[in-house]
Ligand binder design. Structure first.
Ligand code: SPD
Length: 363
């Protein structure tokens, strides 16, 4: 069956499910380390809906499920540029905003930013947002690069002479090709959003050059590894690095972690809650989205996962330690240096995948 026909068939099935009334179940697929300890329990208590909660750490993994269809999930949280491509493929259903009264809590400016990927915010609501920067072990980096070395540039990972001095304490990169290759292009002075094959090749070549000094490519393992002192530099997502910081502090293991949005700029992204077109429990999914948009619930999540959110009403309830940290809420000056990802066409996507295999495997 062609994908569009398949998606349409699935959409009509979900309408049937609503009409028939829904069982009190909700299947959520979210990023790992991305929710407060008690959020799901509170939702279950408030609604009587039982939640099955699965996690992933890669947009590509989520996308494969969304484009195949029949995932069984009611709520997923793609990043905005991936979401845009998946909306175009018919993977999501429009939100019935009459069932989302807590939309009034959302920050209009941030929702307008997210609307660049989902015009009119018809299919999605911001869950959390963040940047892709560098997490580092303050002591280990100083021991190798000198006490006066200031960590403020992508040269920490992209300059061969610098990164080679850090290889022994563990340098890690995200397993996220559409983030790592543009970050390398940006360091080279190229437009991180360029889809010119020569620019993408140049970014890939830089990553291949530093590859011998990279311990692993992974998008969640670095949280514990940074916290335990098992690695010392990770290109990572803002809140995840702050979680590593918090875990190290809690363990009182003498590890001090820093997070920097490098001076050359960094990627800013939005992770968006959306309902797959064939979700088995779309009404429960709307209840979940509305529940998450409660100011206190969102504040609790931010206070636990250290990610910025798009919920203006929650801000007075977010810890000052978080709202005042420029690594989580960048200054206006830093904001001017952030870039937003553009959705790739199929040709660029194939090229990125091919380059990434070459970078990781050397082939
Ligand atoms: N542990 C939660 C990580 C969330 C990362 N979102 C992905 C952003 C991709 N640009």
């Amino acid at each position: 069956m062609k994908k569009t026909v398949f998606m349409a068939a699935m959409a009509s099935l979900s309408v049937t499910a609503v009409q028939a009334g829904e069982e009190p179940l909700l299947n959520v697929y979210n990023w790992s380390d991305y929710i407060a300890e008690d959020t799901i329990q509170k939702f279950e208590e408030a609604t009587g809906i039982k939640v099955n909660y699965d996690v992933y750490d890669s947009n590509e993994v989520l996308e494969a499920k969304m484009l195949t269809g029949n995932s069984g999930y009611d709520i997923v949280v793609p990043t905005s540029d991936f979401l845009q491509r998946q909306i175009a493929a018919g993977a999501y259903q429009k939100l019935d905003k009459s069932k989302l009264p807590n939309l009034v809590n959302m920050d209009p400016e941030l929702m307008a930013g997210a609307a660049a990927y989902d015009p009119g915010n018809e299919y999605s609501v911001i869950y959390m947002w963040g940047t892709t920067g560098i997490g580092y072990n303050v002591g280990e980096v100083a021991a190798r690069l000198g006490e006066d070395y200031e960590v403020n540039s992508w040269s920490l990972v992209f300059d061969e002479d610098t990164v080679s001095k850090l290889a022994d304490c563990g340098v890690t990169l995200l397993d996220a090709p559409s983030e790592m290759i543009p970050a390398a292009m940006n360091y080279l002075g190229l437009d991180p959003n360029s889809t010119d094959a020569a620019d993408l090749e140049a970014g890939a070549a830089l990553l291949e050059k530093i590859r011998p000094y990279v311990r692993y490519f992974h998008s969640s393992q670095y949280i514990n590894d940074l916290a335990n002192g098992d690695v010392c530099v990770s290109v990572g997502w803002s809140g995840d690095v702050f979680q590593a910081m918090a875990r190290a502090e809690e363990a009182e293991n003498g590890v001090e972690i820093g997070y920097v949005i490098p001076d050359e700029g960094a990627l800013q992204w939005f992770d968006m809650m959306a309902i797959p077109v064939d979700a088995p429990h779309p009404e429960n999914a709307l209840k979940f989205i509305n529940f998450i948009m409660d100011a206190q619930i969102t504040a609790d999540i931010t206070n636990y996962v250290w990610y910025a959110n798009g919920n203006a009403a929650s801000m007075p309830l977010v810890d000052e330690e978080i709202t005042s940290d420029p690594g989580i809420f960048p200054t206006e000056e830093a904001k001017a240096r952030l870039w937003a990802a553009k959705v790739y066409d199929a040709r660029t996507d194939r090229l990125i995948t091919r380059l990434w295999t070459r970078i990781k495997t050397g082939q």
